[in-house]
Design a protein around this ligand. Structure first.
Ligand code: FAD
Length: 356
């Protein structure tokens, strides 16, 4: 009998589960540590759309600060990785992303988590990885550092305490700390994050993360509490949420003309999104012939983190994948689930091949 290679994975979200499932497929003996009380990470809370830009040039111009080699492997590897997910039994909900610039697949996050967890082998739920073992190759996939107020304050915004955490509560930079202690380097873009401005309702739970998102800043005037304006630039409001996160209270007001209320947004109109905000108890006012909605920045996923090469290597015997890896979407936004899936698989393949 050939000796099976041991592999440790930290984190049972998209990146960790994909890595574990791929490594087992290649014959490794894998143990996955999961800090939370369930597998799935933020993937389980997500909309489940795993996508890439249709054109390579759009990816480059959409995320101009990102590492070219990493962007290339994610962009080139996604179609095969999506076919692999389907071959494992993941059910596709839709083959449309709703954005003509991008292509990809929408999965049901619960079904996807179950399928991946079934293939991932031994899952140690409720047992975080707290130290790196000396002699076992390890893949870090702990989901970024948005859950740690101190790290967010240091790298992203002085208003860290006012941000809404729009993600799982357990991704608090453990992967980053472990990797740096092993000699890994930081990526570029530590101050960037992916998130959404949410209607500033008095109580926001995980079920509200998608419905309370107010993603229509290009149709409105965006102001902070002092009346200072921001002109929306990014198609997915990424610049707007990052700007809002740095304003007093991490809040802003959207001033919406009556004409803008009928503008289409995903799954409805601007007016319908505002109605959802009002029903949730968010401040919605009429003033000077316009509607004003208060929003608060929600942080979903840090975009800076551990620097890896195109084999997902971070240091000796150490790999990283998913939101733990920084420098892919820098300057813009690309699918975090796609990067997690592709780099998780690459990390597994590299770790198993070196073990052989
Ligand atoms: C509401 C919402 C909608 C979204 N929609 C989309 C979308 O449609 N498309 C898209 O591409 N992205 C989307 N995202 C973002 C995407 O879900 C995440 O960026 C993605 O899940 C990151 O994958 P990951 O594997 O790096 O982290 P996660 O999926 O968050 O998994 C990380 C895991 O690591 C665990 N962990 C943390 N520390 C430790 C430790 N020390 N030891 C062991 N385990 C640890 C955590 O508990 C967690 O389970 C969305 C996110 C949210 C919240």
């Amino acid at each position: 009998m050939p000796v099976k290679h041991k592999l440790l994975v930290a984190g049972a979200g998209m990146a960790g589960l994909a890595a574990a499932a791929r490594a087992r497929e290649l014959g490794a003996d894998v143990v996955v540590h999961e800090k939370g009380d369930r597998p799935g990470g933020s993937m389980l809370l997500s909309s489940g759309v795993v996508w890439r830009y249709r054109e390579w040039e759009d990816f480059r111009s959409g995320c101009p600060g990102g590492d070219l080699a990493l962007q290339r492997v994610v962009w080139e590897g996604l179609d095969e990785a999506l076919a692999w997910l389907e071959s494992l039994g993941a059910q596709v909900v839709s083959r449309e992303t709703g954005n003509p610039l991008t292509k990809g697949v929408r999965f049901d996050p619960r079904g996807l988590t179950e399928v991946l967890a079934r293939h991932a082998g031994a899952l140690r739920v409720g047992e975080p990885l707290t130290a790196l073992p000396e002699d076992v190759p390890t893949i870090l996939a702990t989901g970024g550092f948005q859950g740690d107020r101190e790290l967010v304050r240091r790298y992203v915004t002085p208003e860290a305490d006012a941000l809404v955490l729009r993600a799982n509560p357990w991704s608090t930079g453990d992967g980053l700390r472990l990797a740096l202690a092993r000699g890994a380097a930081l990526s570029v873009g530590l101050d960037e994050f992916y998130g959404r401005n949410l209607a500033a309702a008095p109580r926001i739970t995980a079920e509200d993360f998608v419905p309370l998102a107010q993603v229509y800043a290009r149709h409105v005037t965006v102001k902070n509490v002092r009346g200072e304006r921001h002109e929306a630039r990014h198609w997915a409001d990424l610049d707007v949420v990052q700007w809002t996160a740095r304003q007093p209270g991490a809040r802003a007001w959207y001033v919406v003309t009556d004409e803008a209320l009928s503008e289409p947004v995903r799954d409805g109109t601007v007016g319908e999104a505002i109605e959802t905000a009002r029903r949730a108890g968010a401040p919605v006012e009429r003033r000077d012939g316009a509607t004003r909605v208060e929003v608060v920045a929600g942080i979903t996923s840090t975009l800076g983190g551990i620097r890896v090469d195109e084999h997902a290597r971070a240091a000796d015997e150490l790999w990283a994948a998913g939101a733990d890896v920084g420098g892919i979407s820098t300057g813009g936004w690309s699918s975090a689930l796609a990067a997690a899936l592709v780099l998780g698989r690459i990390a597994a393949e590299d770790a198993v091949s070196l073990g052989g």
